[in-house]
Design a protein around this ligand. Structure first.
Ligand SMILES: [Zn+2]
Ligand SMILES: [Zn+2]
Length: 396
């Protein structure tokens, strides 16, 4: 195996998608970098195989001191230039599950592979010689498997969505009036809130309660997301709505998706096109997006490629079990909920994904980009990631 040494300031493009600078040690000493050719070749193959939009290297080369600093032995694979901790992103801008990355890396012959975050977003990959190591650091430092497919229960490479409710929430707008968020929080019934930010394509159409609802959620630590009620009938209008929405989101951070609310009868005729137009603008700005609509609209008006591309926020009320057969990350199951602190009816929602973890770990929605994982400890999630990375490298 050949490894090359580069100076710290080298910005050589070593392969079509990887640059020397992405592998710099983050200790601050600005010293030389060692990178294995084989690691880069394999990362390119992985990128291709997974059809990634990008692969972010959170940690590449580490000098011995830095390796120790992040909890390693000071002589692990990162210090040899043969390892990278990566997050692989799909074409829709969202992280590909580490389960899929581990299985694919196994197929491609990486010799050291481990899932390193409980949100299954980060993967350690290396090209060690003379031994093989497959691990899952979220299940303890000694969890080793011979086959990721059987370990994760994956028979073929398709993302498996959880059918388990992992958080309960509400979605609100000015129609709920001035909400007493302290009472909402004290009720213990609300893990998250999806706030209407506004509607339509005019800057004057921001929801009257949005700023207050947002700042109250932040003050009280209630994770929140956003929905934007659409009146668009053309893709151009949907893009204008996205621009207005983005201007409202600027400078804020959201633990839950930014949902395109498409339910107006006039909008449904070309719903797929409108969803694509709005959501792609939101994604370009590094937000995690979703499509909100009724079961019937999702089934009849939005095509599969759009539904597969974005998370679905399903609205299907009045049933204890939805008969919607597609995948969804959020389900609005009631319009007549009753929550302390809110007068009148409120919409109730279930979340099926750990959105706060996924979104923070991938640096979306106004959270710091985890490209600088080694340096950032501004959130618990990133700190947890660092601990995981550190614990794995102790043994690598
Ligand atoms: Zn260093
Ligand atoms: Zn690593």
């Amino acid at each position: 195996m050949s490894v090359k040494t580069y100076t710290y300031t080298d910005t050589t493009q070593i392969s079509p998608h990887f640059n020397v600078k992405e592998f710099r040690c983050k200790c601050g000493a600005n010293h030389d970098i060692i990178i294995s050719d084989e690691l880069i070749t394999k990362l390119e193959t992985l990128r291709d195989k997974l059809n990634c939009s990008k692969i972010i290297v959170n940690s590449g080369y580490r000098c011995s001191a830095h390796d120790k600093n992040v909890g390693g032995t000071g002589s692990g694979q990162h210090t040899k230039g043969t390892a990278a901790d990566v997050v692989c992103y799909a074409q829709n801008g969202q992280p590909i599950s580490s389960k899929i990355v581990c299985c694919t890396a196994q197929d491609l012959g990486f010799t050291g592979i481990a899932n390193i975050t409980s949100s299954y977003t980060s993967t350690h990959l290396d090209v060690r010689t003379g031994s093989k190591w497959y691990g899952d650091e979220t299940k303890g430092t000694s969890t080793v498997t011979n086959d990721f497919y059987s370990y994760f229960g994956i028979s073929e490479l398709s993302e498996t969505d959880s059918s388990e409710v992992i958080a309960c929430g509400i979605d609100v707008s000015k129609h709920q009036g001035v909400i007493n968020w302290e009472k909402v929080r004290a009720s213990g019934k609300v893990d998250f809130a999806i706030l209407r930010a506004g509607y339509g394509k005019e800057y004057s159409q921001v929801d009257e309660q949005f700023e207050r609802n947002y700042s109250e959620c932040k003050r009280l630590g209630i994770p929140c997301g956003v929905y934007w009620y659409s009146y668009a009938t053309t893709a151009a209008e949907a893009r204008q709505e996205a621009a207005v929405c983005l201007s409202v989101l600027a400078g804020k951070s959201f633990e839950y998706p930014i949902a395109f609310d498409i339910e107006e009868q006039k909008s449904l005729a070309n719903a797929s096109e409108l969803c694509l137009a709005f959501c792609s603008e939101i994604e370009k700005a590094e937000y995690y997006t979703a499509i909100y609509s009724f079961k019937s609209a999702l089934e009849n008006n939005i095509n599969d490629s759009v539904k597969n591309k974005y998370d679905i926020f399903l609205s299907h009320v009045g049933v204890s079990q939805t008969t919607y057969s597609g995948k969804y990350g959020l389900w609005q199951y009631s319009w007549t909920g009753s929550i302390p602190g809110i007068s009148g009816d409120v919409d109730l929602d279930y979340a099926y994904k750990n959105y706060p973890q996924i979104i923070k770990a991938s640096g979306l929605n106004g959270f710091a980009n985890n490209q600088d994982n080694d340096k950032i400890s501004s959130s618990d999630t990133l700190e947890q990631i660092l601990k995981h990375v550190a614990s794995i490298d102790e043994k690598l």
